[in-house]
Ligand binder design. Structure first.
Ligand code: TRP
Length: 449
């Protein structure tokens, strides 16, 4: 396939919004505030920021370089840049990771639609038992499977409309709506009686809670949140123009994702505290504590509609990036049409996703290494596959791509002159420091299995 025939984004803003859309997701909205809460507040944030700047961003740059230089899907990229070697199987691993990740991600995506509809229909009242309500939803085979499949169909609908008309447009609208609504909720949350306590919790460092595990979870969260390690960035970068400046694109993406996580924390934690609840609820925070809190708040019903819309939009823009990575692979490597590729991906993911959805109910007794389907998919993708792919990407960019090509890709486009010392430092990180640290993480996660 020649470069002319390949899909591409219309503008640099399109690339940035797509990357931001992929990055901002369920990871930011409930996982981040909860991790901050259980890992020592601001102490965790400081470690997280260090991980983002020194490890996640360099790896993100590597993915970007690989994607844009090759102008190919995540498998084709390695094949093109290192022909005749086994490196292409980094792409195979990336594609498998996408399928696994998407399969459980869409289940939670389905819950967001379900709760959004329930908020609009005002199903909840002040006497609702939210914990029972949540358990009823996830264990119901019909309800949980229906919304999972509905969410998958929404994702597939965007994918089939194409890169410019589907992905670029959808991200533009969803991200704009998301930014406005989350700031609105945050400002409202600041007026609540628990605001000060929530902010203290978020920004007061407590280094006594920091352990080796904290560092591990900060890094894992960095990968998950920035969508590193499954070829999504390689795929989006391959639709980017050589005139776009790579450092600018990755910096804006990282900043937006991190800001969004912090703002989400500032929106959610004050509300949790003003209701006298505990923020370390994990999965339950968004679907059990928050609906209860909304019920007791003035304007709570409107806020609840906004909140589930935000969750839905964030989850959708992320799942789009996961599906597109596999669709681009099928399209280019097996010469399928976009529609056919989407159908194949839809079929495969539906099967796995239905298993994940049912693992809360009828299949709850079925365990792999002691995990239910959903938890197993979550664990191996977030803790093992993403990091393994990230490690391979790092080694590939550091040792396999020629230094001149690597620098050329980073410095092309834009008006900025990038200092030599920065390029040199980046390369040292990519060649030596990042691989060692990521390898330690992988070993630790394998031990945890
Ligand atoms: N970044 C998303 C979140 O924060 C999840 C996600 C979407 C992802 N696409 C990805 C993670 C690709 C890793 C790789 O929820």
């Amino acid at each position: 396939m020649t470069e002319k025939q390949r899909d591409s984004f219309r503008s640099n803003l399109g690339v940035i919004l797509a990357l931001v859309g992929s990055a901002i997701g369920l990871g930011n909205l409930w996982r981040f505030p909860y991790l901050v809460g259980t890992n020592g507040g601001a102490a965790f944030i400081i470690i997280y920021l260090l991980c983002i700047v020194f490890l996640c961003m360099p790896i993100m740059i590597c993915e970007f370089v690989i994607g844009r230089r090759s102008q190919a899907n995540t498998f084709g990229a390695f094949k093109k840049l290192a022909p005749g070697t086994a490196w292409k199987h980094t792409g195979t691993l990336a594609v498998i990771t996408c399928v696994i990740l998407l399969s459980f991600y869409v289940v939670v995506g389905g819950w967001t639609i379900d709760y959004f509809i329930k908020s609009v229909r005002m199903v909840f009242t002040s006497t609702t038992d939210f914990s029972a309500e949540f358990n009823k939803m996830v264990s119901s085979p019909t309800e949980n499977v229906f919304f999972t499949v509905l969410f998958l169909l929404c994702t597939a609908g965007v994918i089939v409309a194409g890169v410019r008309n589907g992905i670029e447009k959808t991200n533009k609208y969803l991200m704009s709506a998301l930014a406005v609504l989350i700031v609105f909720i945050m400002v409202y949350a600041m007026t609540l009686p628990g605001a000060k306590q929530g902010l203290n919790f978020l920004f007061k460092p407590d280094f006594s809670k920091v352990t080796f595990r904290t560092v591990l979870s900060a890094l894992g969260q960095g990968f998950l949140s920035l969508s590193i390690g499954c070829g999504a960035i390689i795929t989006y970068a391959s639709y980017a123009n050589r005139k776009d400046n790579l450092l600018k694109t990755t910096t804006v993406t990282t900043l937006s994702d991190t800001m969004f996580a912090l703002i989400a924390g500032m929106a959610i934690l004050p509300a949790v505290f003003s209701a006298g609840m505990n923020p370390s609820e994990g999965a339950g925070l968004a679907f059990i504590s928050l609906p209860y809190i909304f019920e007791g708040m003035s304007f709570g019903r409107v806020l609840s509609i906004f909140f589930y819309f935000i969750l839905f939009a964030a989850a959708l823009s992320s799942s789009i990036s996961l599906m597109e990575t596999v669709v681009a692979f099928l399209k280019e490597e097996y010469r399928k049409s976009r529609f056919m590729a989407m159908l194949i991906m839809l079929g495969v993911t539906t099967v796995f996703a239905v298993f994940c959805a049912l693992s809360f109910g009828v299949l709850s007794g079925f365990k792999i290494l002691g995990f239910t389907f959903f938890d197993f998919f979550d664990y191996i993708s977030s803790n093992i596959c993403l990091a393994t792919c990230a490690l391979l990407v790092c080694l590939f960019a550091g040792w396999k791509i020629r230094k001149e090509d690597f620098y050329d890709e980073i410095t092309s486009g834009g008006r900025y002159k990038i200092p030599k010392w920065l390029l040199g430092t980046l390369r040292v990180f990519i060649r030596y420091i990042a691989p060692v640290i990521v390898a330690i993480i992988i070993v630790n996660s394998l031990i945890g299995l």
